[in-house]
Design a protein around this ligand. Structure first.
Ligand code: 2NE
Length: 275
């Protein structure tokens, strides 16, 4: 695979190849912890992938290994810039902007696959959680740390986690702050598949190519249908938006617009009221 660099950022790398975009958190000296700038850059790259009609799959991963030989997907919010009301950026403003990123990853009408090597902990664990699929390297380590470091994620980080692994396991993960290896994560349904670390990206590409053979509209509608189950009115809005998109693609929908532009009454008489 010949990845093409798309744009230069400070904290992340952004590449594309064919229908695949690859977004890499690039702060290995901090186990890929995110600061507000990292999150803004991730958001920007995800927006680009969403707008690019050639892209069907986004891989989200972490740069590594670090010079000490250790891997990380992401270790959550950068605790060195954590202030009194959030993570503080260059502008001095405290933010929890990773919450916006979580929503974007869930609503982007493309398949997002987390490739996890090494640590996916704290807010970094929630990032892999909100991806559609997770492929884990055999050295992956998962866990929440909030109650240990004075934080928590009561949004997707807890309620969606409970949907994925069940209420008892989700409460265990948060209340005890233990670390779980790749095999344990597989057993609790937290990841889709485990491979040796050196095969992680190749496996991600393999899954992506299989997905890219499928119908984009079918995958789009399925993703919003899965989301609608837990996202309330925002989830229904996504699902219904797809109904509008499909309706615009019909001759019946186009007749309404055409009639308006031609300043005549619409003629829907040839379209049946199906049972
Ligand atoms: C990830 C973990 C378990 C790795 O442990 P280890 O022993 O392999 O590495 P070490 O030495 O702890 O870390 C290596 C370097 O990375 C920095 C460390 O401070 C260390 O730096 P130096 O001493 O070499 O200078 N580093 C690692 N994680 C960092 C972080 N999150 N922020 C800043 N620097 C970090 C171990 O490092 C660990 O437990 N990390 C902290 C995990 C954590 O608690 N994350 C925050 C959770 S809260 C959150 O993410 C959040 C939220 O709950 C709600 C909204 C938004 C965010």
């Amino acid at each position: 695979v010949e990845w093409q660099s798309v744009k230069t950022y400070e904290d992340i790398l952004y590449h594309k190849w064919g229908g695949i975009a690859k977004i890499t958190i690039n702060r290995p000296h901090k186990r890929n912890a995110f600061r507000p700038k990292t999150v803004f850059e991730l958001y920007d790259a995800f927006c680009d992938a969403r707008e690019d009609a050639r892209i069907g799959v986004v891989l989200l991963t972490g740069a590594g290994p670090h010079s000490d030989g250790k891997y990380a997907f992401c270790s959550g919010g950068d605790q060195t810039v954590r202030g009194q009301a959030g993570y503080i950026g260059d502008d001095g403003v405290p933010r929890l902007n990773v919450l916006d990123l979580q929503k974007l990853i869930r609503s982007i009408p493309k398949v997002v696959i987390a490739l996890v090597a090494g640590y996916a902990v704290g807010g970094g664990h929630v990032l892999h959680l909100v991806c559609d699929l997770t492929l884990a390297a055999d050295n992956a380590i998962f866990g929440q740390t909030g109650p240990k470091v004075g934080s928590f994620d009561g949004g997707f980080g807890s309620s969606y986690l409970a949907r994925v692994v069940g209420q008892k396991k989700a409460r265990e993960i948060w209340f005890l702050c233990r670390q779980y290896n790749a095999q344990q994560a597989l057993e609790m349904g937290l990841v889709n598949h485990v491979v040796p670390v050196e095969e992680l990206e190749r496996e991600g590409i393999k899954w992506s190519l299989e997905i890219l053979e499928k119908s984009p509209l079918a995958i789009r509608c399925l993703k919003s249908a899965f989301n609608a189950d837990c996202d309330g009115q925002a989830g229904l809005q996504e699902l219904a938006g797809n109904a509008t998109l499909l309706y615009y693609m019909t001759a019946e929908g186009a007749e309404g617009k055409q009639a308006f532009l031609e300043k005549r009454p619409p003629d829907f008489s040839q379209y049946p009221w199906l049972p």
